[in-house]
Design a protein around this ligand. Structure first.
Ligand code: ATP
Ligand code: MG
Length: 815
């Protein structure tokens, strides 16, 4: 009995060749193959019943190897003779079978079948032809010989079915697969590790697609790999799959680092709170044998510094100050962890109770971590509960401390540049001119300069540009000064921030020095230090705002996109750069909704989750009110204000910002109506430059005591006046307007109020005709004064007014 054993991951040529051997020898069997290449496995599935299969090796047999690379591995007990059918130059010789240098191993068996005049069916011919087609690239690969062509010719004569062959050999992916990939493939990296080729893919999709693994298998890059990993980010979850292809690479070992497991050839793990790009960075570092920080133990401060619960407030403060710590875990006499205490709290009570003890002011409700937890679990705790410090506990003992700063530093290390982008961005002409000048100046000074932030986003979106932000790796102010000289304009430097402002034509230009910002506490103004471009971008709010364009001569216009901003622009997503973003700066909550409204973008799932966390922590209440309201003012200037307000409603942000504020159906309706009024007003009175946003705010504040809020918002005087009038008089005016039967009554009711007030009144639809009549006609009515030439002063005024009233009642009618 002859037994064919296929190598693990055997390809289609090997399978076809094996089939030929079955045709050649009636006593031959195929040992059930364990793992075939994708194509071989598809063909095997389809033609399974044609193969004589053996589940287990018999006691004694002749071994047949086809297209095999490692004969020595098969010197098994019970093997009597060895047959080899192989076409590789290095194939072992001196065995039975047939070894020759041709394009495909199958050719060799086909020649034997031909020689022995074996009668084969069209299906047999098809199955055999597949091997030759595959291994010779349809007779086009180097190494193809005339003999392969002749073997193929014979198979065609025997009725090989071309249609079936085409179906299996389809080289390319289907259109759906290509669409899916082009939408979701974020990165693809090929690595060579100890002679193995490993491919890492990153896919991103807001919806789960069950086919992504299948698609990965079919990619050209995977076909000759020893293993591949697919990282898929779906919403806020990230999946990591590993597949070994030729039995030479154990993927489960790698996945264990992330808490996953499985077979040596197939393993998977599902993670929360960690982005796909970051996981890729970590995976690649692991594959390269580096030791990236994955678990809490890799980043925690050790040994931990702790305070004792019976220390006085004063002692504790000194202890913290010596080390410049913002807080510490607290231990009791037995060394058990009993609380966490913050300097901020102690400072507040220090004056009043200097000799009270730490335990009186410590937090006894707090989270702990184990050293085996993941770094991103720590981030999730910090961003969900707002803690600044987490004790790390093992066997109920304090073994370390993790702080927000540790996590931020880890995060930035785990943010890797996307592969250098060769994408060049075409700048608008006027911008390009200015940018080239900046580039030249940077060159002269030995700095590097970039356009950054909103302007890059707007250029990519093809929007109009007004503000140009440049950052300089070097000294932004110096560049600004030379730039100002060049254009003969004034420059306003702010040395403490490393920035300078100036204007050229209509462009407002800011120069900054690349910097890193750390926030002393949530929402505070940040502290600034110099840093690299990457760090400068990392401190920004959203991926779409965190791209740069080089303005240096050598790579002018090259897009620098570390965080996938371009892709998010295409997908219309607002995405924070890291999970701690909103905690770091709660103002970003408002910014996220402003951009979402302005561009009609959505929040990415993980961003939405982080935002909901931040809101439930009431971070908006803790943040710097000045900065929040300044941001809010910007929102009220937006064209799409109403959409932004809808988002505010959805996420309940105004409730956090305005005391006593509540949304209602009625309020939302009023705002919609106000929008109609505003659109009308813009068309009818295009010259009146009104800041309409304030009108919306007045309506929003109608039911609360809003005077103080308006003051905090630095609302202009006319807005505060309008608010007062609206609250005090609108009801009465509306009542009178309803009752007015004649144009003159309308006129008398409305006379003397301001235009914005009329717009607010016009929210009520039934009043609109009267208000429109007043604004467009009645208020502009002129009378011929020559008729009253005998009158003077008050009397003249009265006469004119009476004439007006008469005239308007005569000329106009109320509908
Ligand atoms: P706009 O079109 O409204 O001006 P912008 O994106 O230019 O939008 P700016 O407020 O002008 O926004 O800020 C410029 C850039 O500074 C932003 O693109 C962003 O990169 C960064 N930035 C602004 N505010 C924050 C913040 N609170 N946190 C982090 N980065 C910020
Ligand atoms: Mg801007």
């Amino acid at each position: 009995m002859k037994v064919i054993i296929l190598e693990e991951g055997a390809d289609l040529d090997a399978l076809s060749c094996a089939y030929g051997v079955l045709l050649l020898y009636q006593d031959a069997y195929l040992l059930k193959p364990s793992l075939l290449s994708r194509r071989a496995s598809e063909v095997f599935k389809r033609f399974k019943e044609r193969f004589r299969i053996l589940e287990e090796l018999p006691q004694e047999f002749d071994l047949v190897l086809v297209d095999a690379h490692h004969v020595e591995e098969y010197k098994l007990p019970g093997v009597k003779e060895i047959y080899i059918f192989d076409h590789h130059p290095k194939a072992p010789k001196g065995f039975k079978g047939k070894v020759d240098e041709v394009g495909s191993a199958t050719t060799l068996v086909v020649e034997e079948l031909q020689r022995l005049n074996v009668d084969i069916s069209p299906e047999d011919a098809t199955l055999l032809a597949l091997g030759i087609y595959e291994d010779t690239g349809s007779l086009t690969y180097e190494g193809t010989t005339e003999r392969d062509a002749l073997a193929l010719a014979w198979l065609l004569k025997k009725g090989a079915n071309l249609r079936t062959i085409r179906e299996f050999l389809r080289e390319s992916l289907s259109k759906e697969e290509i669409d899916f990939l082009s939408k979701s493939l974020v990165a693809l990296e090929k690595l060579f590790i100890d002679g193995s080729k490993v491919v890492v893919f990153v896919l991103r999709s807001e919806e789960y697609n069950p086919d992504f693994l299948q698609v990965a298998y079919r990619l050209e890059d995977v076909k000759d790999a020893d293993a591949f990993f697919v990282i898929v980010s779906v919403g806020s979850k990230t999946y990591l799959f590993g597949r070994g292809l030729k039995g030479r690479f154990d993927t489960s070992k790698i996945l264990e680092a992330f808490g996953g497991g499985g077979h040596s050839f197939a393993s998977a793990v599902k993670l929360e709170n960690v982005s796909a790009e970051r996981l890729k960075t970590l995976l690649v570092q692991l594959l390269k044998g580096e030791n990236p920080a994955i678990r809490v133990r890799d980043v925690m401060n050790y040994p931990p510094f702790a305070l004792r619960e019976d220390m006085t407030v004063e002692e504790a403060l000194i202890s913290l100050a010596e080390r410049n710590f913002a807080g510490a875990p607290v231990l009791d006499q037995e060394g058990r962890l009993v609380g966490v205490v913050y300097k901020k709290v102690l400072l507040k009570v220090a004056k009043l109770f200097p000799s009270k003890q730490v335990k009186d002011f410590m937090q006894t409700q707090f989270h702990t971590l184990s050293p085996e937890d993941f770094v991103w679990d720590a981030e999730a705790i910090l961003s969900t509960y707002g803690e600044k410090l987490i004790p790390v506990v093992e066997d109920q003992k304090l073994v370390g401390v993790i702080t927000r700063l540790d996590l931020m530093q880890t995060l930035i290390k785990q943010t890797e540049p996307l592969k250098p982008s060769h994408r060049k961005v075409q700048l608008p002409k006027e911008v390009e001119e200015l940018a080239r000048v900046v580039g030249k100046i940077c060159q002269e000074l030995g700095f590097k300069g970039y356009l950054v932030g909103g302007v890059v986003r707007d250029i990519l979106m093809g929007r109009r540009i007004w503000d140009l932000d440049f950052v300089v790796e070097g000294d932004g102010i110096k560049v600004a000064e030379r730039f100002a000289q060049h254009y003969r304009v004034n420059v306003h430097p702010f040395p403490e921030f490393g920035t300078a402002h100036l204007k050229v034509g209509d462009f407002k230009i800011e120069f900054a020095t690349t910097r890193r910002e750390t926030y002393p506490h949530p929402g505070a103004y940040p502290v600034v230090e110099p840093a690299s471009l990457k760090e400068d971008l990392f401190r920004r709010d959203f991926t779409i705002n965190a791209m740069a364009i080089s303005v240096m001569e050598e790579d002018f216009g090259t897009l620098i996109d570390y965080f996938g901003g371009l892709r998010d622009l295409k997908d219309k997503l607002i995405r924070i750069l890291h999970p701690l973003s909103f905690v770091e700066d709660p103002v970003r909550i408002l910014r996220a909704l402003r951009f979402a409204g302005r561009f009609d973008f959505k929040l990415s799932k993980s961003t939405e989750k982080a935002m909901l966390n931040a809101l439930s922590m009431h971070l908006l209440k803790q943040a710097s009110r000045g900065r929040l309201l300044k941001e809010l003012t910007l929102a009220f200037r937006e064209e799409k204000l109403l959409d932004i307000l809808k988002l505010y409603r959805q996420y309940k942000v105004l409730e956090e910002l305005i005391d006593g504020f509540q949304w209602s159906q009625d309020l939302e309706l009023k705002l919609e109506k106000l929008k109609e009024v505003v659109s009308w007003h813009k068309i009818e009175f295009p010259d009146k430059k009104l800041e309409y946003g304030w009108l919306y705010l007045v309506i929003l504040l109608e039911k609360v005591k809003g005077e103080e809020f308006l003051r905090d918002m630095s609302a202009p005087a006319w807005v505060r006046e309008l608010y007062r009038t609206y609250k005090e008089q609108a009801k009465e005016v509306i009542r009178k307007l309803h009752q007015a039967k004649k144009p003159s009554e309308v006129y008398l009711t409305l006379k003397g109020f301001s235009e914005p007030f009329y717009l607010l009144l016009a929210i009520e639809e039934s009043l609109r005709p009267k208000i429109v009549l007043y604004m467009e006609k009645l208020s502009k009515l002129k009378v011929d004064v020559s008729r009253f030439s005998g009158l003077k002063g008050k009397e003249l005024g009265k006469a004119i007014e009476n004439e007006k009233l008469r005239l308007m009642d005569e000329t106009f009618t109320l509908t």
